[in-house]
Each structure stands twice: as structure tokens, then as C-alpha cells.
Write a protein that binds this ligand. Structure first.
Ligand SMILES: Nc1ncnc2c1ncn2[C@@H]1O[C@H](COP(=O)(O)OP(=O)(O)O)[C@@H](O)[C@H]1O
Ligand SMILES: [Mg+2]
Length: 227
């Protein structure tokens, strides 16, 4: 899915946070939203994911203006097409790791259901192998973030919104996570990442600097090229 912002502006508490951002996020590409802390990366990510309304400008999905679409259409987008790996995780602490990944339980009990093989595979990929029956509340901050990632992989969503995925990870897991998102994009998904991690930015095909002016043609990053 093609996700675009056309000149979007957002003020929070009367203070302008975004002012005329143009972003173009293509399928098969990982787009980095880049800027210093407080520059509005998370805000822009939330606008693109239809989690936050804009004050000005337009958000488009596959060329269709969804800036003022209703809550039913937004929910459909979240349910059927999008996965979110956000800083506040969106993890249900009282539920098992397995339920948090598959988001399905049996009608008669609290046992998580879904595709067991795929569940085991994504837990393995995210370093959470064997932990499906634990309550999510047992996990550390970094593990919860990997759990959100496991959910996104399991869902095979067309668009993946990711907020600072490597911020609380050690070096080994950072590289693993960067590789996973690179693979998402290589599989044709639209991956949008807010980050100030140099290696994560390097892995992105397109880099959008917040507040860099009215860019309609964002810089194409050169893989491996030092900036
Ligand atoms: N809910 C909020 N209430 C008040 N200010 C906010 C809120 N969300 C974001 N901001 C402000 O908007 C600016 C951009 O925030 P954010 O998008 O989180 O930046 P980044 O992700 O780049 O660190 C910051 O100055 C932040 O304090
Ligand atoms: Mg942020």
C-alpha cells in the first residue's frame, strides 16, 4: 500500500509540531522518519497510521484521500492492513504471549489459538521461543517491544508502522530487528520507521527528515553510503 502525507500540519497544545510535511511511503520500501528527539517523528508516524488527526494537509492511502475518513474505515485499515510496533507497545499485560501475537483465543476459554507453527516461528525469530504461555506482564520492556514485533510478523500486514524499534535493544537484537524489517520491505510491504538509529536509517531505502521543508521527492538513501 502506498501511504502519503501532503503538507500535513499538527499543533499540540497550541504549539506547532508538524508544519507542512510531505512524505511518500511506497510498498517494498522502508522509509525512515528522521530527526532529533522532540522533532515530531512519533507524531508524524501516528498521523500516517491514522491514529492522530491532522490540522491541515491530506493523508492518502493508495491515492485515496483518507484525511477525514470515518472511524469504521480507520478501524478496517488497522484491522486488515496495518501493524503497529509502537513505543507504548499495545501489549495486553494480562494475556499470554501467544494471545498477544495471534490476537485469537478459543471461544470457550482463554487459550490462545491461531496457526501454532507460524506462532512458534515468529517467537523464534524475535528471540521469544518457548515463552508463548507466559503472561505478557512477565516480559521486560525490550521483550515487550519484540512481542509487538512478533505480532506484526504474524499478521503479515501490508503496512507496518514502527516507532524507534531499536531504542531499547542490545547490539545483537538491534541487528536482528533491522534485518527483520528489511525483509518485511523486501517482501513488498510498506515499512515506515521513526528512528534516530544510524544503522536503522542506513537500512532504509528512503529517508525523510522532519521539518526539512516541503520535500515532494525525498532523498533516496544510498545503501552503505556514509552520510
Ligand atoms: N500528547 C502530547 N501532549 C503534549 N505535547 C506533546 C504530545 N505529544 C507530543 N508532544 C510534543 O510534540 C513534540 C514532538 O513530539 P514527538 O512526535 O513525540 O517527537 P519525537 O518522536 O521526534 O521525539 C514534542 O515537543 C512533544 O513534547
Ligand atoms: Mg518519538
Amino acid at each position: 500500500m502506498l501511504i502519503e502525507a501532503e503538507g500535513i500540519a499538527v499543533a499540540i497544545g497550541g504549539r506547532p509540531v508538524l508544519d507542512g510535511e510531505f512524505v511518500h511511503c511506497e510498498p517494498g520500501t522502508m522509509t525512515a522518519l528522521v530527526g532529533p528527539s522532540g522533532s515530531g517523528k512519533t507524531t508524524l508516524l501516528h498521523c500516517l497510521g491514522l491514529l492522530l488527526p491532522v490540522d491541515r494537509g491530506r493523508v492518502l492511502i493508495d491515492g485515496k484521500d483518507v484525511t477525514t475518513c470515518g472511524s469504521a474505515a480507520r478501524r478496517r485499515f488497522w484491522r486488515d492492513h496495518a501493524a503497529f510496533v509502537l513505543q507504548d507497545y499495545g501489549i495486553m499485560d494480562d494475556e499470554s504471549v501467544a494471545f498477544n501475537v495471534t490476537m485469537r483465543s478459543s471461544p470457550l476459554g482463554r487459550r490462545a489459538t491461531g496457526d501454532g507453527r507460524r506462532l512458534a516461528q515468529v517467537l523464534e525469530q524475535t528471540g521469544l521461543a518457548g515463552r508463548q504461555d507466559e503472561a505478557a506482564s512477565h516480559l521486560s520492556g525490550g521483550e515487550k517491544q519484540r512481542l509487538a514485533l512478533a505480532r506484526a510478523i504474524y499478521k503479515r500486514a501490508a503496512v507496518v508502522f514502527v516507532d524507534e524499534p531499536t531504542a531499547s535493544l542490545d547490539a545483537a537484537n538491534r541487528m536482528k530487528v533491522i534485518d527483520l524489517f528489511t525483509e518485511f520491505a523486501a517482501n513488498g510491504r510498506t515499512v515506515i520507521v521513526s528512528t534516530h538509529d544510524f544503522e536503522m536509517i542506513e537500512a532504509c531505502g528512503v529517508r525523510h527528515e522532519i521539518g526539512s521543508g516541503r520535500i515532494s521527492n525525498p532523498t533516496r538513501a544510498q545503501p552503505g553510503h556514509q552520510r
